[in-house]
Design a protein around this ligand. Structure first.
Ligand code: ATP
Length: 234
């Protein structure tokens, strides 16, 4: 549980436009990395590369001992990479429990339905409900639970707190702390630098497809990241 992710000289483009340029970054097994950066910095593109949703990139991404094949989401999932997507993307024609079961990919591990419901007890009584009848926070819990159901070694969380109240965000992070304690490697994207840095080992800041800051999370604040965030340090 928990795998090392090594990204070397990664370049990813939409047509002529380079969203990631020569990006190199190693995330240790079991590490939690906060990934921050302004709109359009390339955070979601990196997640799409890692989950196989985007192909055609150049460079090398190694999970554990073996490279990832570009543009192969099934292989990435089978290798243990799971995504909590921005906007959650739940299936409203299915119940909460069915949404969770969709995530189960056959990989063995601790995250079966009872374990996920014990991580998010509020979902127990909602098992048979449609996701759209749940609060935003509960929907985010389903999205996290669905990703965990694949028993990932690497959990990617895009815009984890978007649109959620501070109290619900605290609940979501408390659950992620338990996932972290279980040894899962995590990358968390959050607009709130102070909040996500307080829950991570290191912080990486992207600006226009480049890493402009990479360092320990302790002591990282919006002010200390100002230049990296706005590109003055690039
Ligand atoms: P946000 O917080 O807005 O989601 P981000 O850091 O996740 O920002 P990306 O979504 O990775 O940024 O986008 C990086 C760049 O790539 C942006 O300039 C964006 O306009 C561009 N881009 C993203 N998706 C596409 C696409 N499908 N086609 C063309 N350009 C795209």
């Amino acid at each position: 549980m928990g795998a090392r992710l090594e990204i070397t000289d990664l370049t990813a483009a939409y047509g002529e436009f380079r969203a990631l340029s020569g990006l190199s970054l190693t995330i240790a097994a079991g590490e939690t990395l906060a990934l921050v950066g302004a709109n359009g910095a390339g955070k979601s593109t990196l997640m799409k590369v890692l989950t196989g949703l985007m192909g055609g990139w150049q460079g090398r991404v190694t999970l554990g001992d073996a490279p990832l094949r570009p543009g192969d989401p099934r292989a990435a999932s089978a290798r243990g990479i799971a995504l909590v997507p921005e906007g959650r993307l739940l299936f409203d024609s299915l119940t909460v429990e069915e949404n969770l079961l969709i995530g189960a990919s056959g990989r063995r591990g601790p995250w079966d339905i009872p374990a996920i419901l014990s991580l998010f007890p509020v979902l127990t009584e909602k098992r048979r409900a449609r996701p759209s009848t749940l609060s935003g926070g509960q929907q985010q819990m389903v999205a996290i639970g669905r990703a965990l159901a694949s028993n990932p070694d690497v959990l990617l969380c895009d815009e984890i707190s978007l649109g959620l109240s501070p109290r619900v965000v605290d609940e979501v992070y408390a659950a992620l702390a338990r996932v972290r304690a279980a040894g899962v490697t995590m990358v968390i994207v959050d607009q709130d630098i102070g909040r996500v840095a307080g829950r991570a080992d290191r912080v990486a800041c992207l600006f226009k497809g480049h890493i402009t800051h990479l360092g320990p999370a302790a002591g990282t604040t919006p002010a200390s990241l100002h230049d990296a965030y706005f590109g003055a340090a690039a």
